[in-house]
Ligand binder design. Structure first.
Ligand code: GFB
Length: 344
């Protein structure tokens, strides 16, 4: 990529895509292309073909997907399977037709079998049954990996795939039913604190382990891979260590300053017991994460701490809005989420 390359970031307003967009801007890439859902419906094959013909992107970062936490995955299996297959088929096939120079497809750590050996190595793919809660999403993402590999083998397309672990950062989803665990805990504890509640309810047993990667770190990895990696083999992108959900809950509780009791709702699913990535393949290429969940080497690493100290998640006087202020390296940003606009 050169500073004048035409670079399309699909999903540029989301958690992952907005991070990639910021990183590309930071590195001086000037001709970035982003389309809102209203401007381009990625489910519409003709619209995607027209987009490619008109905009002629040379590089494509595929951060557009139907995503959500454990509950959303269970509640909307049809959308998670159909929409993700459709989006990636349209973008990957369209990229070949439009002679895109290089494309990066993003998957997820849930592609691996539920009980695969830990840490998860790339060659564990398709070695056992999937975790039932997110099998629909996983099947779509596995199909995306295979499609990139097939287009590379048959047509020589330089399409690569990266599998990120659980992500957090600016532009996350704070809807309590649909979100991933970290934004859900931040919001739950903050609201419990503000309401002087005695208890806050978390889901499952608290015993599963999860690995968390800050979105700016993933963004650096994506740009790095686009510039330095051209293999058929997809590649893991993780932080390198994980934390039990129970400890994560205590961490967020402590930082937010909620002094009540945590109750565990065991009617809610635990999901996979553990999914720590083995990211040694990527680390060996020279990329390393920079942002730590709690303390971190940079101010952005203190995302959870900043949230607590600045009381940064709160409801406005407009009940449909939640305002989330999230730290990122060197600054605090604020963003408004209209709950009615969230996925599903
Ligand atoms: O982040 P999460 O929704 O998804 O849940 P997965 C992680 C763990 O946190 C589960 C527990 O064990 C949840 O039961 N948990 C505790 C909570 N309290 C809460 C809460 O209030 N909200 C939520 N959401 N969880 C996702 C997949 O799996 O991982 C996606 O479903 C994707 O497809 C993503 O792959 C990376 O980590 O279990």
């Amino acid at each position: 990529m050169t500073p004048d390359s035409r670079i399309y970031v699909a999903g540029h307003r989301g958690l992952v895509g907005s991070g990639i967009w910021r990183e590309l801007e930071r590195q001086g890439f000037k001709r970035l292309i982003g389309k809102s859902h209203g401007e381009l419906d990625l489910l519409d094959v003709s619209a995607v073909e027209r987009f490619y013909a008109n905009e002629k992107p040379e590089y494509v970062f595929m951060a557009a997907a139907k995503v959500g936490g454990i509950s959303a995955n269970e509640a909307y299996p049809a959308e998670f399977l159909y929409q993700n297959l459709q989006i990636q088929n349209n973008l990957i096939h369209g990229a070949r037709e439009a002679r895109v120079i290089k494309l990066l497809f993003l998957g997820s750590s849930c592609i691996y079998p539920k009980l695969a050996p830990q840490p998860l190595k790339e060659d564990s793919l398709l070695s056992g049954p999937l975790e039932p809660t997110n099998q629909w999403y996983a099947i779509a993402k596995i199909a995306g990996i295979k499609l990139c590999q097939a287009y590379r083998r048959q047509y020589g397309c330089d399409f690569i795939s990266a599998m990120p672990t659980n992500m957090y950062g600016p532009n996350d989803n704070y809807d309590l039913e649909l979100s991933h665990v970290l934004p859900a805990l931040i919001r739950k504890f903050h609201e419990a604190k503000v309401a002087h509640a005695q208890t806050a309810v978390c889901w499952g047993s608290g015993s599963p382990l999860r690995e968390f990667l800050y979105s700016d770190d993933l963004a650096r990895a994506c740009v790095f891979l686009m510039q330095n990696y051209s293999e058929e083999q997809f590649i893991n992108v993780g932080y390198g260590s994980d934390i039990p959900i129970r400890d994560l809950a205590r961490l967020v509780q402590r930082i937010v300053g909620f002094i009540g009791e945590i109750l565990w709702d065991k009617t809610k699913p635990d999901g996979t017991p553990r999914k720590l990535m083995d990211s040694s393949r990527l680390f060996a290429l020279g990329w390393k994460p920079q942002v730590d969940l709690e303390t971190g080497p940079q101010p952005g690493g203190q995302i959870v701490g900043e949230i607590a100290r600045k009381q940064i998640v709160h409801r406005t006087d407009r009940p449909h809005l939640i305002v989330a202020y999230l730290a990122r390296p060197g600054e605090i940003i604020s963003l408004e989420k209209n709950l009615a606009d969230l996925p599903c």
